[in-house]
Design a protein around this ligand. Structure first.
Ligand code: IVH
Length: 678
């Protein structure tokens, strides 16, 4: 085959597999095969540069550093929309009333159909496709003229460089570039660890990445995209509604958010606003509201524009996720590993719907960089289930001299020296388990649901046990009797008896849970499972060399070192031995599948979504794993079953789209039972 033909074939193949991977989470070939195809294409293009084309997947990265962005005059101006800041139902009702008035609809005329969408909190972009190939990406700028950011946009894998067959000769698609919340947190964690500047919120991080002059840096910033409308189009009989237009855009291979609906009248808008508001915290990305658009294009034409805003669309806000308040003080919190975290004590304020009075300042470096001092007005951000944080201060005069915050030299809890590793960012208490704060956190971790699962051993009781001097080491937990416990304040005999029983129950566990419960730095649940599976016995793990540890899946040099260091300390060995002596036991062969009884779900992958009637998510996961199955976080073609409970959302949609079998809790129980019946 001629090189040109093979290059075209490779591009089509790579485009197809990239879409399966990045847009549908459903790869059809292993990564290594993808890499092989990619390298073959790179080799052809290197040998014959004339075969290089703008839509080649090899062109996503590697472009030269720019010294500025060229201006782009938009073929059609990029409009903004009117914002309804009233976050109650009245905001939606006011919009519907305006639309009806302007369309001169009488009260008995039928409800207007609206396309209701999420208002993504990122930045607007115009993607221009000519003959199906992405030729230009431009920011909004002032609406008339934006900036050419094509090279950076090419690095976003969700954005196709070539549209599927059937796309019009000219198609401009408009949408939002944004960063997912988890990816934003990871990016900031990396920045924080490296002592680099962190980003205030996902929107700023996304905007910074899009306006990066070095595309290689942009490529390392994880960006996402959703299309929400059109710019200039040529040679295309455009669908009669906005919702159908988005369906068509999705059909061309562009990502369109599934959380949208066509609703009728004000009641439909109010309902959508409420439903999305309830789901806001669970969405993987920030939204600052919803957007309503009159669905029928002919009605949009009749409504027209006022200056730069269409009369047929409005943004309806939600309460802000970033709010200013006063910083009343800074306290130090000591974590399980001794890390000292400065915590802001705030004038209580409602952020994203809940009242916040504490927020993390992460570490001394961040605190200094943000320049916050006692009494300042600061900005607090709370989004999703992420811990609220202080992201900066409002500019303004201070009343007088306010000294800079200093880290204490002694642990505020135990008085041990505070240390900072050379070149490290974090300050730590050197007291170890001598420090009551670390002891408390270690106990809570040990007793946690995913560790030894000691029911009833929560915050308050741990505080009492440690403060009363009843417990200094983990094994001492198992010396607690009803009499000792009942002597504690507010501890009824019945609760004391329950705790003793729970302690007894906790003694039968698994090696993985035990290893996780020890609280070794860098060893989370997944690593603990991998260690248990690999070594099969505690003694083998205790004596494993760094080289042997490195053979375990997911264990790198830092984790291996942390494990080795932990087990090399005589007092940690002693703790392990005392726990064993207290009667904690597990099946040493649990890692070997042969000894595990019926495995009806061996080799099967399940996804669990929504609320099940009786099982918690953790319980369901444990049952599936005990039956040999795997629980994955997202639905793909490889998913065997989706277990869906009440309020199941996009995962259910996706499973149905991919033809994955969907079961309820009863169905899951039937699957689990299949093995024992045999
Ligand atoms: S439609 C003519 N739909 O909100 C209508 N905008 O001023 C043009 N935005 O910065 C905008 N999500 O980037 C539309 N689903 C959505 C949106 C959305 C976010 C942003 C847009 C612009 C602002 C509107």
């Amino acid at each position: 085959m001629a090189a040109a033909e093979r290059a075209a074939e490779l591009r089509a193949l790579l485009q197809h597999h990239a879409q399966r991977y990045y847009q549908f989470d459903a790869p059809e070939i292993p990564d290594t095969d993808y890499d092989r195809l990619f390298q073959e294409l790179q080799a052809i293009e290197a040998a014959q540069p004339e075969l290089l084309s703008a839509d080649s997947p090899t062109q996503r990265v590697g472009a030269a550093v720019l010294d500025g962005f060229a201006p782009v005059r938009h073929a059609l101006p990029m409009l903004s929309i009117r914002t309804e800041t009233d976050t109650t139902a009245a905001g939606a009702q006011a919009f519907d009333a305006r639309v009806r008035r302007e369309l001169e609809l009488t009260d008995d005329a039928p409800a207007v159909g609206y396309a209701a969408e999420l208002k993504f909190d990122g930045l607007a972009i115009n993607l221009r496709y000519e003959a199906g190939v992405l030729v230009q990406a431009a920011t909004r700028g002032d609406g008339e003229t934006g900036e050419d950011v094509t090279q950076n946009i090419r690095t976003i894998r969700q954005i196709p460089l070539r549209l599927s067959a059937g796309a019009p000769a000219l198609l401009e698609v408009r949408g939002e570039i944004f960063m997912r919340r988890d990816q934003f947190e990871q990016l900031n964690a990396r920045q924080r660890e490296a002592g680099d500047k962190t980003f205030v919120n996902p929107r700023n991080a996304a905007a910074g990445a899009v306006r990066q002059l070095d595309p290689a840096v942009a490529a390392r910033r994880p960006l996402s995209f959703f299309a929400y409308g059109l710019g200039a189009v040529g040679d295309w009989p455009r669908p009669a509604t906005h919702s159908a237009t988005l369906d068509a855009i999705a059909g061309f291979g562009l990502p369109v958010c599934a959380d949208r609906a066509v609703v009728q009248g004000a009641a439909g808008l109010v309902d959508f606003h409420r439903r999305m508001g309830e789901r806001r915290d669970q969405l993987p990305f920030d939204i600052d509201g919803v957007v309503y658009k009159v669905d029928a294009v002919d009605l949009q034409r009749r409504l027209g524009f006022v200056t730069r805003e269409p009369r047929w669309a409005v943004a309806h806000k939600y309460p802000a996720q970033e709010v200013a308040t006063r910083l009343n003080g800074i306290e130090i919190q000591v974590g399980r590993t001794g890390k000292l975290t400065p915590v802001a004590k705030l004038e209580p304020v409602v952020v994203g719907g809940t009242t916040v009075s504490n927020a993390t300042l992460h570490n001394l470096f961040e605190l200094r960089r943000k320049g916050v001092r006692m009494g300042d007005m600061v900005i607090v951000r709370r989004a999703g289930d992420v811990i609220p944080e202080v992201v900066g201060r409002l500019p303004g005069q201070r009343a007088g001299y306010v000294p800079n915050f200093r880290m204490p030299r002694q642990c505020p809890v135990c008085g041990s020296a505070v240390q900072r590793e050379k070149g490290g960012i974090d300050h730590r208490c050197s007291g170890g388990l001598f420090c009551a704060a670390q002891r408390k956190q270690a106990l809570l971790h040990f007793a946690g649901r995913r560790a030894l699962d000691i029911e009833g051993l929560g915050d308050k009781l741990v505080d009492q046990l440690v403060d009363a001097g009843l417990i200094r080491t983990l094994p001492e937990l198992y010396t607690l009797g009803v009499a000792k416990l009942a002597a504690l304040e507010r501890m009824a005999d019945k609760s004391a008896a329950n705790l003793v029983a729970a302690l007894e129950t906790s003694k039968r566990t698994t090696l993985a849970r035990f290893v996780y419960a020890l609280g070794i730095r860098q060893v989370g649940e997944a690593t603990a499972k991998a260690l248990a599976r690999h070594f099969g016995s505690l003694d083998r793990l205790l004596d494993a060399s760094t080289e042997q540890l490195l053979e375990v899946d997911d264990v790198g040099p830092i984790v291996a070192l942390s494990i080795r260091t932990f087990f090399d300390q005589p007092h940690n060995r002693e703790v392990v031995e005392q726990l064993r002596a207290a009667g904690i036991q597990w099946d040493e062969h649990e890692g070997e599948v042969v000894d595990r009884g019926p495995q009806p779900l061996a080799g099967k992958t399940l996804v669990i979504t929504g609320t099940l009637p009786t099982l918690s998510r953790d319980d369901a996961k444990a049952l599936v794993e005990a039956a040999g199955g795997k629980v994955a976080g997202s639905v793909s073609k490889k998913t065997d079953w989706l277990i869906a409970g009440a309020e199941a959302g996009s995962k259910l949609d996706k499973a149905q789209a991919l033809g994955v079998a969907v079961l309820d809790e009863q169905g899951l129980r039937a699957l689990l039972g299949a093995g024992s019946a045999a």
